[in-house]
Design a protein around this ligand. Structure first.
Ligand code: ADP
Ligand code: MG
Length: 495
């Protein structure tokens, strides 16, 4: 029962977590200007007068960014607000030339919804989403370009972000990182953000508090800009422990903003936390309220691709794949797409129904293929094995042309030689021997050479069956069809 609880000296503590995920919108241009958004461009090469906040410039909403926010909201099963308002959030940053950020406060474009996350023990948990709003990103200060000057790159300034705010529904480091992963998976499926954490297109502010079970919510801290699943886990773990120790030592948690230190895996204070009223939000007078029709929403909903939960349901219900394998395949869209291409090729080559072949196919993709990719340090998009070749390999096993054992060798050759598996099997003479006569001759010889063991077997040492099968395999270079071997061997051993 103490799972997920922290054992303190005064009793058990519960961790409460809420995440604010910032996902950069996938779009050609920025939220309120036509400047480009490509990653890795020369500093200040993608800056319009609007992004640089030149006096008199007026923001113009980028409709594609609006559509992307709606798509994301729909993909998370959230309420879409046909009318929303852009507000000015006033704060000073050296790399934010406007002196305020255009965001949404009281009336966001997307309202409440829910996300289902998959946990390691196979259970699922529903996490509430409070809202999603659109806002501009700030620029970037570069402190390492000059000994005593800071440089500013405004390429990011004005790029569209979706801030996805969760309810304080998570209760463990695992749940927090599983939620973050699920959000990334959803935006990638929906094509609304590339979710690329290394390039800063996805990051989370991690709110953590602790309380005794049954107590009201405790005071939270907010750790900013956490950009990996593992870091989210570490922030929750270290911050919760710190708070428990602090409170049990007679102290109180201060509502503050903290920074994560990757080197130590702990957080440290950055600044005391502002409250909403400190930002002096007010509706941006340069922008009309954002309004669109229900028809647009319906149209976008209709055009959404199959999302991870629906795909998972189809994989388990229609294809009879295990819950676990479906989770592994579905978490990244590229993996699921690859699997489905392999399965299609497998079905075509064997003439069987995909549902009959799906489990074998899923096992092969998640163990053999992913194992090999892991060793090579590649992801699926870099994989040199064509899905059609993988399907062909599985068909060769299914048709009894090669054994599962030999298939592993064929796969090695596929990785190094990039040839179709049937050609490899042909060229290297790797076909399985199912010829009864040939196998029978080998068995007879082995029995004759090992009379002592035959006697022991007949005397009740059943385990020796494995020895005999092994000998047959050895002498046929692993190519004897195991079923044929078993069928012939047992009656002969019994005598
Ligand atoms: P702000 O905009 O000032 O950061 P919000 O009310 O929007 O504040 O909350 C931000 C996040 O903090 C949300 O994800 C919310 O779920 C989470 N949160 C709120 N209260 C707590 C708490 N006591 N403990 C942990 N998380 C909390
Ligand atoms: Mg916030």
């Amino acid at each position: 029962m103490t799972k997920n609880l922290i054992q303190g000296i005064t009793g058990n503590w519960e961790i409460v977590i809420g995440l604010e995920v910032h996902a950069q919108v996938k779009s050609e241009s920025k939220l309120f200007s036509g400047a480009a958004t490509a990653f890795g461009a020369e500093p200040n090469s993608q800056v319009s007068f609007i992004c640089a906040a030149m006096p008199g410039m007026l923001p113009v909403i980028n409709e594609e960014c609006v559509r992307q926010a709606i798509r994301t909201g729909l993909a998370m099963g959230c309420k879409i607000n046909l009318r929303s308002v852009f507000d000015r959030k006033n704060y000073f940053y050296a790399d934010l030339p406007q002196g305020y950020q255009i965001s949404q406060f009281k009336d966001p474009i997307v309202g409440e919804g829910t996300i289902i996350v998959d946990l390691e023990d196979g259970s699922k948990k529903t996490i509430g989403v409070e809202r999603l709003h659109l806002e501009q990103d700030a620029g970037k200060s570069m402190h390492d370009q000059h000994p005593d000057l800071t440089y500013v790159d405004l390429n990011r300034s004005g790029v569209a972000l979706m801030e996805i705010v969760s309810m304080p529904d998570m209760r463990s480091p695992e749940e927090a990182s599983a939620y973050f992963r699920k959000i990334r998976s959803i935006v990638r499926y929906a094509g609304t953000s590339d979710g690329n954490m290394d390039q800063g297109s996805m990051r989370a502010d991690v709110n953590v508090s602790v309380r005794k079970v049954g107590d009201p919510l405790g005071t939270r801290t907010e750790t900013k800009n956490v950009n990996s699943l593992r870091y989210v886990y570490q922030v929750v773990e270290s911050e919760a422990k710190r708070q428990v120790a602090l409170i049990e030592d007679g102290g109180t948690v201060k509502q503050e903003t903290r920074l994560f230190d990757v080197a130590t895996g702990t957080t440290r204070p950055m600044r005391s936390k502002e409250d909403a009223h400190d930002y002096r939000y007010f509706p941006d007078p340069d922008l009309l309220p954002l309004e669109f029709s229900q028809e647009l929403v319906d149209e976008l909903k209709e055009a959404l691709p199959e999302l991870p939960d629906a795909k998972h349901a189809r994989f388990t219900a229609d294809l009879n794949i295990s819950d676990y394998a479906a989770n592994v395949l579905v978490s990244e869209k590229e993996n699921a797409d690859y699997f489905e291409s392999v399965l299609a090729a497998f079905a075509e080559k064997t003439g069987k129904k995909p549902s009959e072949l799906a489990t074998a196919c899923a096992n092969w993709v998640t163990s053999e293929l992913f194992g090999a990719l892991k060793k090579l340090g590649e992801n699926i998009s870099e994989c040199s094995i064509l899905p059609s070749h993988a399907g062909e390999l599985l068909a060769l096993i299914d048709d009894g042309v090669i054994s599962g054992r030999i298939a592993k060798d064929v796969f090695e050759f596929m990785l190094s030689e990039k040839k179709p598996p049937a050609q490899i099997v042909e060229e290297k003479g790797m076909k399985q021997v199912s010829d009864t006569g040939a196998i029978e001759a080998i068995i007879d010889k082995i029995l004759a050479d090992n009379e002592d063991k035959v006697i022991q077997y007949r005397g009740g040492k059943d385990k020796l069956l494995g020895f005999f099968v092994g000998q047959v395999m050895k002498q046929t270079g692993g190519k004897a069809n195991p079923q044929v071997v078993n069928k012939l061997l047992k009656p002969k051993l019994k005598g």
